[in-house]
Ligand binder design. Structure first.
Ligand code: SF4
Length: 364
C-alpha cells in the first residue's frame, strides 16, 4: 500500500531527480579530476574483504586498542543489546545531541531514549527535519531531500524557527542548535570508518554539527557497525574520501577524527546485528555513499519507501535482509544492474537480490 502512496507523492520524485541532476555529473567530474580515487576504491575493497573474512580477530584488536586508551567498549550482538547499553550510559532526563547516523536509525535509538524522558535532538539539518516529521530518512546522505524550501520552512515552525529563505532558516537552526550543544549531557555519533591501529573514529560532514555534538558533551558515545572497521588511519581516510566522492560532494567540508580526549568519557559500541552471520557478506563492503540509491530507477520512483525501517534503495534491500531479516520488496527490482555498475565497491546487488528471491520462493 505504501508503495502506491509513494507513487502519488510527487515531492519524493522531484526531490530525488533534483538531487540526481545536481550530483551525478559531479561524481564523474570528481573521478576525472582525481583518477587515483579508483585505486583507493580497489585498496579499500581489498582491505574490507580481509576484515570481513577475519571479523573476530579485527574486532578483538579494535576493542583492545580502545580499552588501552581509556575508552569503555561494548560489543552488541543485536539492536536490543546496543539499546540497553546506550540507555544505561545516558540514563534519563538528559539532553542528548545526535550526529546523523544510519546505524542509530537501524536500531531506532532516538525513540528509546525519548521514552526514558530524555530530550534528544538530531543536529544535522536534514535529519532534524525528518525527526520533526517523524519519518525515516529518505536517503542515507540527504535524509530530507524530498522537501522543498517552503515545506522545510513550514516544518521548522514546530520548534519556533521562522525564516523567509534557506539562509534565514539555516541561521535559525544554528541558533537553536547552539543552545542544545552548550547544554547537552551526551553526544552520540555513528562512524564512517574506524581505524584499528589508532582507535580513531572517522566522520565526514558538511555542516560542522558533528564536531560540536561529539566534542562538547561530557559523555560521547560512538556506534560502530562492525563493517566500518579498517586496519589503519590511511585506509579509514581513503574510505571516507571515497564516500564523499562517490556521493558527489568532494572533498567533504569537514573530516572529524575522534578519539578519547581528557575531561570526556568516551564509549564505543560495536554492533553486529546480523552482519557476522549474514550470507550477504558482499554488502558489508558498502561504504554507504548512497549513489546506488540515486541512480536506481525504482528508488527514483518510490524513494526510501522501497526498503525496510531504516535502509532503502538497492543497498537498502540487502541491508534490510541483513539487519531485519525482511526482504519481500526485493521483487520490485528491475535487476537492471545500474547499482552494480556505479558502485565504488563493485558490489553485485542484483545477484544478491536474485538470491533473496530464490530463498523466498523456496520457503513458500
Ligand atoms: S552499495 Fe555501493 S553504491 Fe550503494 S551505498 Fe554501498 S558503496 Fe555506495
Amino acid at each position: 500500500m505504501k508503495i502506491y502512496e509513494a507513487l502519488e507523492n510527487k515531492s519524493i520524485r522531484d526531490g530525488i531527480l533534483r538531487t540526481v541532476r545536481n550530483l551525478s555529473y559531479q561524481v564523474d567530474k570528481n573521478l576525472q579530476k582525481h583518477p587515483y580515487l579508483v585505486e583507493y576504491a580497489e585498496e579499500v575493497r581489498n582491505a574490507k574483504k580481509e576484515i570481513i573474512a577475519n571479523f573476530d580477530f579485527w574486532i578483538e584488536k579494535a576493542m583492545g586498542i580502545l580499552q588501552s586508551k581509556g575508552v569503555e567498549v561494548f560489543y552488541a550482538n543485536d539492536a536490543n543489546e546496543a539499546i540497553k547499553v546506550v540507555k544505561e550510559i545516558v540514563g534519563s532526563k538528559k539532553i542528548v545531541v545526535k550526529a546523523k547516523s544510519m546505524v542509530s536509525e537501524e536500531i531506532d535509538l532516538r525513540k528509546y531514549l525519548e521514552r526514558m524522558g530524555n530530550e534528544v535532538w538530531e543536529t544535522d539539518l536534514g535529519e532534524l527535519i525528518i525527526q520533526l516529521k517523524k519519518e525515516k530518512p529518505m536517503h542515507s546522505v540527504l535524509p530530507a531531500l524530498h522537501y522543498s524550501e517552503a515545506q522545510v520552512a513550514e516544518i521548522l515552525k514546530k520548534i519556533g524557527i521562522n525564516g523567509r529563505n534557506a539562509e534565514e532558516l539555516a541561521e535559525g537552526v544554528r541558533d537553536f542548535m547552539r543552545k542544545k550543544f552548550m547544554s547537552a549531557n551526551v553526544g552520540i555519533s555513528g562512524c564512517n570508518a574506524f581505524s584499528v591501529d589508532s582507535g580513531r573514529i572517522f566522520l565526514i560532514e558538511n555542516e560542522g554539527n558533528i564536531r560540536l555534538a561529539t566534542s562538547l558533551p561530557r559523555k560521547y558515545i560512538a556506534l560502530v557497525g562492525i563493517e566500518k572497521i579498517l586496519q589503519n588511519d590511511r585506509l579509514a581516510l581513503k574510505s571516507v574520501l571515497l564516500q564523499s566522492a562517490f556521493f558527489g560532494t568532494f572533498p567533504p567540508t569537514y573530516i572529524n577524527i575522534n578519539e578519547k580526549i581528557e575531561q570526556q568519557e568516551m564509549f564505543v559500541i560495536f554492533l553486529d546485528n546480523g552482519r557476522k552471520s549474514t550470507e550477504f557478506k558482499e554488502q558489508l563492503l558498502c561504504i554507504r555513499c548512497g549513489r546506488c540509491q540515486l541512480e536506481c530507477p525504482i528508488f527514483q520512483n518510490f524513494g526510501n519507501i522501497w526498503g525496510g525501517s531504516a535502509y532503502g534503495g538497492p543497498m537498502g534491500i540487502i541491508w534490510t535482509a541483513i539487519t531485519e531479516k525482511k526482504s519481500e520488496l526485493c521483487f520490485l527490482s528491475t535487476l537492471c544492474g545500474k547499482c552494480r555498475e556505479i558502485c565504488p565497491m563493485k558490489i553485485d546487488i542484483p545477484e544478491m537480490i536474485r538470491e533473496l528471491r530464490r530463498s523466498i520462493i523456496m520457503r513458500k
